[in-house]
Design a protein around this ligand. Structure first.
Ligand code: F6R
Length: 598
């Protein structure tokens, strides 16, 4: 899982590459490097560490053609040697790679026996040696021949000394071309291109690309040239910047209401006219995802049963693909904000193999999942750079409600009036999220309760049980405090043994929810063990207030939609704790935004 950037044109390539790689650092940031054609020869600089380290080491380079890479180690630890690019033995070719070469050990043994000298522990390096072996003056042909020998997944870009051409290829890893005037770009993601162009061509699996300042040619796996119309990306370069916020994560939390609003655009058409799921007579549904997206799926299960009356099961994508699949569900919904998560992609393929109808919920147009499923529902959160999912998670919740309402309306569980009323409440949720954000100073104050904690518990019931799992995940991934989420009723079956005055408990109890009284009882049990309780509930709820040391208040809300405002409060809570602890909020250690390994 890494970021790739390529450029050939009239600008100084090193500057374009570094600028693009900055936008791709969310894909990995343990080392970075560039290689470019400088006075006809290849110049390469690569360093372990974040991009700043590379930038500090870069001399002024004049070359106009080059490739760059930001890495998240999968094979070979982070180091200067294992950083990309890699050079051929004669130093005439350089490549960068994102993905995994599964047969690298066999290939390496053979290449070493043939006299190739390896400089790294990576799987990637075999690619440049294969390319060198196949090169007879035509780089694209050499790439095509190399790909025949490789097993695995990849996005690869290569440059050759004395040439303006960049050759690239992809299989199950994203690659997009940016079109300019007498300049062209290549990147893992459109966010890296937006400062230069919004005209893009998506590269598909199995294709190779030849890119020069004056043109781009795409070829299919048989070598036939492919004609493709460019797409225009509506995201602006500014969308992908921090916009005055200290961290991308905070900016993205504050973009939540707008993201919800955009995702709901056209919702009535979508539901009434069946723009997704024209068929809704499913006897059961399965939701499949990883990480935060799995928590969105859990909320989706409650929504599906509430609005559509359809029995719904859940599976982690990494488990689904290996499950026996004996009682397969007719509809499998795959939720992945990036659309590139390897386990979720594999699950999508497996679901289709089992004959299920597949629907993907994703935020990234043109991402791999969109080509692996029967139908796609896009969330419209815009680019999310912070590694921790925030606004994309909110929009996944919205998508879950939309799908549930669509199926419920289609199968007759919801009348026209109840469908419209559910939609109108959902629209209100964007204002509720905004009202939470208007009071972040009180969340920041309340978050001080967690400052000295080594462990935290998050408890909720019913549809807010997954919300609290997500709250715990957010806190642990960005603040490194150990946090666990529990269904509140489960505490007395074990976890209560861990509670004492040093373990804060964050508890949500929404007045009006049928589990509200039970939640108050659970909170009393916690308070009786001296654990400080931070409550989340509706404003004016004095019963909850009495049981808690502090309270974060949200506007009164229909319980089924309460995960939206509650989630944003938990995101802000985690953010403020992590900020005071001086953590690397946008790029937490050991994590990456797009998990393209299984
Ligand atoms: C946590 C987080 C991850 C992702 C997970 C799945 O904040 O972002 O847990 O939710 O890696 O990613 P997607 O949704 O891209 O499939």
């Amino acid at each position: 899982m890494c970021g790739i950037m390529g450029y050939s044109g009239h600008r100084r390539a090193s500057e374009v590459l570094v600028e693009g790689l900055k936008r791709l650092e969310y894909r990995g940031y343990d080392s970075a490097g560039v290689a470019m054609v400088e006075n006809g020869r290849l110049a390469m600089v690569k360093r372990q560490g974040e991009l700043d380290v590379l930038q500090g080491a870069l001399p002024r380079l004049e070359g106009r053609t080059g490739i760059g890479h930001t890495r998240w180690a999968t094979c070979g630890r982070p180091s200067d040697r294992n950083a990309h690019p890699f050079l051929s033995c004669d130093g005439k070719l350089a490549i960068v790679h994102n993905g995994i070469i599964e047969n690298h050990s066999t290939l390496r043994k053979r290449l070493e026996a043939e006299g190739h000298h390896f400089t790294s522990e990576t799987d990637t390096e075999v690619v440049v040696h294969l390319l060198e072996g196949h090169f007879r003056g035509d780089l694209r042909q050499a790439m095509a021949d190399t790909l025949k020998e490789i097993k695995g997944t990849y996005a690869i870009a290569a440059v050759l000394e004395g040439s303006e051409e960049i050759v690239a290829a992809r299989k199950e890893n994203p690659l997009v071309i940016g079109l300019g005037v007498q300049e062209n770009f290549l990147a893992s993601d459109v966010t890296a291109l937006l400062s230069y162009t919004n005209k893009v061509l998506y590269v598909m699996d199995g294709e190779t690309v030849s890119l020069t300042p004056n043109g781009v040619a795409i070829f299919d796996s048989e070598g036939a040239q492919v004609k493709r119309e460019p797409s225009l990306v509506s995201w602006s370069a500014e969308d992908a910047q921090k916009g005055g916020f200290e961290h991308f994560m905070l900016k993205e939390i504050f973009e939540g209401p707008n993201a919800i609003h955009n995702t709901l655009l056209g919702a009535l058409d979508l539901i009434e006219n069946g723009e997704v799921l024209p068929r809704t007579d499913f006897q059961s549904v399965k939701l499949v995802a990883c990480g935060s997206s799995y928590h969105a799926a859990m909320v989706g299960k409650y929504a599906m049963e509430e609005f559509a009356g359809v029995p719904t099961t859940l599976e982690l994508a990494s488990e689904y693909r290996y499950s026996p699949g004996a009682r397969e569900t007719p509809l499998v919904i795959l939720i992945t904000q990036s659309g590139e998560t390897a386990d979720t992609l594999a699950a999508a393929r497996e679901a289709r193999r089992r004959g299920c109808h597949t629907l993907a919920v994703t935020n990234v147009v043109g991402s791999t999942i969109t080509r692996e499923v029967d139908e796609v529902l896009y969330t419209r959160a815009g680019p999310e750079i912070g590694v921790a999912a925030t606004k994309t998670f909110l929009t996944q919740l919205v998508a879950m409600y939309l799908v549930a309402i669509r199926i419920g309306y289609g199968n007759g569980t919801l009348s026209h009036a109840s469908m419209r009323s559910a939609l109108s409440s959902l629209r209100q949720s964007s204002n509720m999220v905004q009202s939470v954000l208007n009071r972040t100073h009180s969340i920041e104050e309340a978050s001080r309760m967690l400052d000295r904690a080594g462990h935290c518990f998050f408890i909720g019931r019913n549809i807010n049980y997954p919300t609290m799992l997500e709250g715990a995940l957010k806190l642990k991934e960005i603040s490194y405090i150990h946090a666990e989420g529990f269904a509140a009723g489960e505490l007395k079956h074990g976890p209560l043994a861990l509670l004492d005055a040093t373990t804060p408990v964050i508890a949500v109890a929404i007045k009006g929810d049928h589990t509200y009284e039970k939640m108050l009882a659970n909170i009393s049990e916690v308070a009786a063990r001296d654990s400080p309780v931070l409550g989340i509930g509706v404003e004016g709820d004095t019963d909850l207030g009495r049981l808690c040391e502090r309270m974060i208040a949200i506007q009164p809300v229909e319980p089924v939609f309460s995960p939206l405002p509650v989630t944003v409060a938990l995101q802000a809570l985690a953010y403020y704790v992590a900020r005071r602890r001086g953590c690397s909020i946008d790029k937490p250690k050991n994590l990456a935004k797009s998990v393209t390994v299984e």
